[in-house]
Design a binder for this molecule. Structure first.
Ligand code: BG6
Ligand code: MG
Length: 220
């Protein structure tokens, strides 16, 4: 077993894709004739595509057959991927590369634990895929966050005990998933919303080397 591992969520932690998810869901809501707000979009963070569509249809009080539901799932994703195609490295969130480089230089195993089925594609688009020793995403899990499955699979592949894993998350369900896995949770974003995290930071610019060193020493 290796000593300590680091697992990153993708959307909202590494890249700000929430805005593209929002635009794609809004396009569908517009087409169906109801309003989809930024407040609604908050409910979608960390939530699977299928669950998001279920919530969207509830918001709009829209009934759908299974075939129609499946068609809308595809339509939303095609729309979302059109935004992703235009993504550039400049859309990596501030100081994410600094943290990844620090971890890599110090030989810590690095994993991705995301609900997205587009995770690999996005990491390739922004040229970060080489940092990751394992990518566990929406294609590999049967249980969604807050279930700890996504992070536990990553820890197993990284060969790190769960309690020695540090998870970076921006969603309530993601922080819960990390806590349910008995991992160290670091909330990235609003500390009030992510109050269940072990540590809170607005973004990675606030995570300095002394903090990381202290955290690593406390786990070693
Ligand atoms: C999560 C996002 O990371 O992935 C959610 O926070 C999204 O908003 C989910 O619905 C699934 O993503 P995708 O790319 O498979 O539709
Ligand atoms: Mg997220």
């Amino acid at each position: 077993m290796k000593e300590i591992g680091f697992i990153f969520d993708l959307d909202g932690v590494i890249v700000d894709t929430a805005k593209y998810h929002y635009l794609a869901w809004k396009n569908l809501a517009d087409q169906l004739g109801f309003e989809f707000t930024h407040e609604h979009n908050e409910l979608f963070k960390g939530v699977s595509r299928k669950k998001c569509l279920e919530i969207l249809l509830e918001i709009g009080k829209v009934e759908a057959s299974q075939d129609q539901f499946d068609a809308w799932m595809i339509e939303k994703n095609v729309d979302y991927l059109a935004y992703i195609e235009k993504m550039k490295e400049s859309e990596i969130l501030p100081d994410v590369p600094r943290i990844l480089n620090f971890l890599k230089e110090n030989n810590f195993p690095i994993g991705l634990g995301s609900a997205s089925k587009n995770a690999r594609h996005i990491l390739e688009k922004v040229n970060l895929i080489h940092f990751f020793d394992v990518i566990v995403d929406g294609n590999n899990v049967t249980k969604a966050k807050p279930d700890p499955q996504v992070f536990l699979i990553a820890a197993e592949v990284l060969e790190v005990n769960a309690e020695k894993c540090v998870v970076f998350e921006d969603a309530i369900a993601g922080v819960q998933a990390a806590n349910n896995a008995e991992m160290i949770s670091i909330g990235i974003g609003d500390a009030e919303i992510l109050s269940h995290a072990d540590y809170n930071f607005d973004d990675f610019t606030q995570i300095d080397t002394p903090f990381l060193t202290k955290l690593i020493n406390s786990l070693a």
